[in-house]
Design a protein around this ligand. Sequence first.
Ligand code: GLV
Length: 322
Amino acid sequence: MKILFTRSIESPLLEQISEEYEVVMWKEENSVMPRNELLKEVADADAIFTNLTDILDAEFFEHAKKLKVVSTMAVGFDNIDLQEATKRGIPVGHTPDVLSEAVAELALTLMFACARRVGESMQFIKDNKWESWGPYLFAGQKISGAKLGIIGMGRIGKILAKQAKALNMEVVYSNRRRDEKTEMALDIDYRDLTSLLKESDYVVMLAPASAETYHMMGYNEFSLMKETSIFINVSRGSTVEEEGLYKILKENKIFAAGLDVFEVEPIQQNHPLLSLDNVIAVPHIGSATKETRDKMVEITLTNITNGLKGERLLHTVNEEVY
Ligand code: GLV
C-alpha cells in the first residue's frame, strides 16, 4: 500500500513504516507539493499525510480512487472537504491537544510583543536611532491586571485562559455555545462578542475557519475596541477582514495587532499591514516548537497506519464516517 506525504517528514517511526508500506514523499523542504503532482500521486495512494497548505476538495477526492485514510498534520481542517471524504467512507484524522499549549504560548508571545512594542524597539536600535534612555520611550501596555477576551473557547482557548490567569489577567470569552462548566472551572466569564470587544484590553481570535466565522472581525467590530487594546489572531486569516484591520491600525484606533495567520499565505512583502509599526507578523508558526511538531508527526503517522489497518484513528474529524 502506498502512503503519499505532501511534505518532507523525519521521524523514527518512518523506518518501520517504509518496511511495511511504499512511501512517496514530496522532498522540497517548506514548499507546497504542486497541484498537478498531488493529483497525479494521489491517484494510486492508499493514504495521504497532508497539511494545511494542501486543498483536498471534490476534485482531489475524484482523483483519489484508492484512498482509505487522510490525516492532516494540523488541528485545523478547513482545507479538507469533509463531506466528500465521508461520502467515500474515508476517515480524516488530525492532531488536536498536543499543540494547544504551543499555540496558546504563541498568542501570549504576540500579546507581550505587541504590548511592549518589541518589533518597533528592535528596529529602532538597528536603525541606530537610540540616543538615550527616555521617560516614555516605547511606553506600551501592561498585561498583569488587564482583561483578556478570547473568541472561541475550545481546547486552545482553555489553555490560554489558564495561562492568562497565572499572569493575573481577568478573562472573558465568547463562543457559539456558552460553557458554564468551563466558566466555573477556570473562573472566567461569558460575554457576547460586542461586550467582549468593548471591555477587553487584549482580544485573541481562536475561532476556527468556517462560513460562520468568515470575516467576523471587520472595521465595525474593531471600532468597538479601545484605543489601547491589542488584537491577536492565531486561528485562521479568513476570520479577519484585513482591510478593516489595516484601517483601524493606521488610524491608531487600536494599539496594535499580532498576527500569525493571514487571508492569503504567505503574506506578500508589500501587503499594507506589513507597512505598519503597530503590527507584529509571524509566518503561521502557532504550533512550531520542536517537541510539538514531533508529536504532531507521530499522531499523523499513527492515524494513517491505524486507518490502513482498518482501525480507528487516534483523532477523527468526521466521526460520522464510522
Ligand atoms: C495550524 O494552524 C493547525 O491547524 O494546526
